[in-house]
Design a protein around this ligand. Structure first.
Ligand code: NAP
Length: 302
């Protein structure tokens, strides 16, 4: 008996929007070659991916200015305007370099508007707070989401890197339900299954966008330590049985959790983005899923 395979689409929380079971992320999306950038967007669409994840702060980590990744996608969309309707666009704001977090209502509204200008589009299907601002009351954040939704600039709202209690406090203040969370989750980063994050997502019907599903690329190459070797070996067993690369087994492991986690593929290589689609073919037994989990914990399960 294998675990249920991922469905063809997943609901974006209770927003009424459906998305692909895999997403593509633009943290590492960089450069000035619009044609190359467009080839990556097409690779993701060809792989069946409709959910695209970006953020205003994607740029400086690549040695580029704040907003650079959004601006690059904006160039791609400008050259091929028909692409926009094929994409469910997710953005994030609330990180202000040097502050570092600002979720005050005026800041968030202005940040979202600036992102939309760089992208050359008038609406995010999903807009998320990138990291919690400890100085922003949930009422204020909810008020910002309300203003953005009332003005048609966002269709749905979510949060990233929030604790379950932070999500609960914000949900209570929201005039419409939060649609999504974005925690780190991979065979090398398993906190979200253990700290209540995924349980809350299932309780509240939140979509789960899993960031760094290959552990920031560590699962793509040679493991660096004993834990990495054990996790890679457990994934390789699944990969070999299914005739797919280890990375596909890793995405499939993320997708197999019943919260319906959506791995955000981070590759900026056309071939690897296309290869991610193979994750849809992987069939994994319960024992195989737990073997990866136990390897990651570096302790047998009681
Ligand atoms: P990842 O999939 O864990 O890592 C992607 C990296 O792995 C790329 O540099 C890729 O290189 C490398 N890689 C090495 N071997 C690979 C292989 N065989 N197949 C695919 N990739 C391989 O994801 P990530 O880039 O760290 O994060 C994914 C997305 O999550 C980001 O783009 C962003 O949207 C989101 N994110 C969100 C947060 C947050 O705080 N909310 C934080 C981090 C990331 P190549 O490009 O050369 O293929």
């Amino acid at each position: 008996m294998t675990l249920p395979p991922p469905p063809r689409t997943r609901p974006l929380g209770r927003s009424g929007i459906d998305v692909s079971p895999l997403a593509w992320g633009m943290w590492r999306f960089r450069g000035t070659d619009t044609r190359h950038a467009a080839s990556l967007v097409h690779a993701a669409l060809d792989a069946g991916i409709t959910l695209f994840d970006t953020a205003d702060v994607y740029g400086p980590d690549n040695g580029e200015p704040f907003g650079a990744a959004e601006a690059l996608l904006g160039q791609v969309l400008k050259a091929e305007p028909d692409l926009r309707r094929r994409i469910v666009l997710a953005g994030k704001g609330g990180i202000s370099i040097g502050v570092p977090y600002d979720s005050s209502a005026d800041y968030l509204v202005a940040a979202c508007e600036a992102s939309l200008r760089r992208l050359g589009t008038d609406r995010f299907e999903l807009y998320m707070i990138h990291r919690p601002d400890l100085l922003a009351h949930p009422d204020e954040v909810a008020g910002a989401f309300d203003r953005l939704r009332q003005s048609g600039k966002i269709a749905a709202a979510g949060v990233s890197n929030h604790t379950p209690w932070q999500v609960a406090a914000l949900q209570e203040a929201m005039p419409f339900p939060l649609a999504a969370i974005q925690p780190e989750f991979s065979p090398l980063a398993i906190a979200a299954v253990e700290d209540g994050t995924f349980d809350q997502a299932m309780q509240q019907r939140l979509a789960v966008l899993a960031w760094s599903p290959l552990g920031g690329g560590r699962l793509g190459g040679e493991p660096a330590d004993a834990r990495g070797r054990d996790v890679a070996a457990a994934l390789d067993a699944v990969a070999e049985r299914n005739g797919v690369p280890r990375t596909a087994a890793a995405y499939a492991w993320v997708m197999a959790h019943p919260c319906g986690a959506i791995p955000i593929v981070g590759s900026q290589t056309e071939g690897r983005i296309r290869e991610a689609a193979q994750a849809m073919q992987v069939r994994m037994t319960r024992a195989e899923w737990y073997a990866v989990y136990a390897a990651s914990r570096q302790a047998p399960l009681p």
